[in-house]
Design a protein around this ligand. Structure first.
Ligand code: GLN
Length: 536
């Protein structure tokens, strides 16, 4: 059985609990321990798949096709956690399962209650991960803020772990806010209140991570320690970092967080060769890079940074490997619909990411046309590939009115359309083409050269497909189909000929990119943008 670390949050949301949990995993892995991470989301949706990205951020897809919270993406970027459907727990899933069991008669004669039935289901789900072989630590991040009505059963289940397993097997880490008020003064009162709230439920935090603008000084750490019964050395300053979130592991390590955790859990580091030094070198190389490129993201969810989280991160990973800093310019595709494309003039490469529905589509098509005709590097992901096909059909192959049936069901040329099997699907949750699929790449294409092999596996999340009926006319007009499913039935990637670099993929490569192992397509896209920037 592994040890358990619960990470809760207080005061307010969006303090970066996911990144804190991921960083803890990163540091423990750096000491040679094996970790796995679980995200608990107290909402009633069964998964994140049906939520609007502007409200909830991107949907992170696992190999086994689960549509999960974006924090799983943080775990994937900071740790080697093996992530699947089991790593994401929601209220919806827990109740669905308990009610299913009740209908089956599994609790016959008994009253089914939040405690113990719901809490037991939660505990079993967490332990399903924690009991995996050779796992040292399971990190469980509890979404939301302590005190929220929805999170009560999860916090209660977390509390029961210390009852069930005792010390030194369970650790509670609480992330709170130490805000700055006028004259730059840091205030500890919200943290004191938040810890009191945890204590009321029966959890004494072992470690506090205090989000603050500037580092906490010793006297503030002393004060927080005095009011919360958390040892002074375990009050950690989670202050803003200067350049990138990838600096956070260094900031925590300098304060000895990894050592404190291991001491409290009675774990010994398995290696003395700290991986964090390699990580630090890699991040310093990026921060100190002397050139900067600008990448324009043309999408419809640009008002929330988290909507395209994995795409933004994968671009930075491409920057780390190419030793060039990446500035992301978010361009609202609807704004391009006026025909004014000035916003695109300054940027070194254009990326159209995934999306759903009709709003903003024509603006994306306009950005694709701009990239193709003005020879700017272009990278289309999922919807971004579909836009590439539509633009080519309309403007090169002469298929007037070409469209996706998602946006225009009566298009005279539905170059992107539903497969027959999707036409009969009536329910929305978990019914898209989801998860890892193998694809076959065509020798001699850009994408084949990027991967350096014929067979690849990438994750999918879409309903619409390149319509096979239009393969012939589009190939005849010069569009390259560079990848298909293994049976050749579905188009997986396309590219432009006689253009410096235009690649579209139906899958989502961004989910598999890491700072220390950038995804090869992102690596090459950034390299091409760098060349383009030099030319200017
Ligand atoms: N809306 C498109 C589809 O369902 C693209 C989806 C996406 O970009 N993830 O096929």
């Amino acid at each position: 059985m592994s040890k358990y670390i619960f990470v809760s949050g207080g005061v307010c949301s969006s303090l970066g609990k996911g990144i804190a949990a991921a960083t803890i995993g990163n540091l423990l892995e750096g000491s040679g321990l094996t970790v796995n991470s679980v995200k608990i989301d107290p909402y009633i949706n069964v998964d994140a798949g049906t939520m609007n990205p502007i409200q909830h951020g991107e949907v992170y897809v696992t190999d086994d096709g689960a549509e999960t919270d974006l924090d799983l993406g943080n775990y994937a970027r900071f740790t080697n956690s093996d992530l699947s459907r089991d790593n994401s727990i929601t209220t919806g899933q827990v109740y669905q399962e308990v009610i299913r069991k009740e209908r089956e008669g599994r609790f016959l004669g008994r009253t089914v209650q939040v405690i113990p039935h719901i809490t037991d289901e939660i505990k079993q789900r967490i332990q399903r991960i924690g009991e995996r072989e050779d796992l040292d630590v399971t990190i469980v991040e509890i979404g939301g803020t302590v005190g929220d009505i929805e999170s009560v059963p999860f916090i209660e289940a977390a509390r029961q772990f210390i009852h069930d397993f005792g010390k030194p097997h369970v650790l509670y880490i609480h992330l709170t806010l130490v805000p700055t008020v006028s004259m730059g003064e840091l205030k500890t009162k919200p943290t004191q209140h938040s810890v009191k709230e945890l204590l009321e439920i029966g959890i004494q935090p072992d470690i506090l991570l205090c989000r603050c603008e500037v580092p906490l000084n010793e006297s503030l750490k002393h004060k927080i320690s005095l009011f919360t019964n958390v040892e002074e050395e375990a009050v950690i300053s989670a202050n803003n970092v200067a350049n990138t979130i990838y600096e956070i592991p260094m900031s925590f390590e300098k304060q000895g967080l990894d050592t404190i955790i291991m001491k409290k859990l009675d774990l010994k580091p398995k290696t003395h060769n700290k991986a964090i030094r390699e990580w630090e070198k890699m991040i310093n190389g990026y921060i100190k890079a002397d050139s900067l490129i600008k990448i324009g993201i043309v999408g419809k969810y640009v008002e929330l940074h988290d909507s395209y989280k994995s795409v933004f991160e994968a671009l930075v990973h491409g920057g780390i490997a190419n030793k060039v800093r990446v500035e992301i310019i978010k361009i609202d595709s609807e704004k391009l619909e006026t025909g004014n494309t000035e916003a695109l003039d300054e940027i070194d490469g254009i990326l159209v990411p995934g999306g759903f529905g009709q709003r903003g589509i024509e603006g994306m098509i306009c950005a694709v046309q701009y990239a193709r005709t003005r020879e700017k590097p272009y990278f289309g992901i999922c919807l971004g590939m579909q836009m590439m096909v539509i633009e080519y059909a309309r403007n090169v192959a002469g298929l007037n009115g070409a469209h996706s049936t998602e946006c225009e069901p009566n298009s005279p040329h539905p170059v992107i359309s539903l497969l027959e099997e999707q036409e009969n699907v009536k329910t929305m949750g978990g019914t898209m083409r989801l998860g890892a699929n193998d694809s076959k790449l065509t020798k001699g294409t850009k994408i084949f050269e990027i991967y350096g092999k014929e067979k690849i596996s990438e994750r999918h999340r879409h309903r619409y497909e390149f319509a096979n009926h239009y393969r012939e006319p589009l190939i005849a007009a010069g569009l390259t189909i560079s990848g298909t499913t293994m049976d050749g039935e579905l188009v997986e990637s396309v590219e432009w000929q006689n253009h410096p670099w235009g690649v579209g993929v139906q899958f989502h490569p961004e989910f598999k990119s890491r700072p220390d192992a950038p995804h090869p397509i992102f690596y090459r896209f950034i390299e091409e943008c760098k060349k383009n920037a030099k030319k200017k």
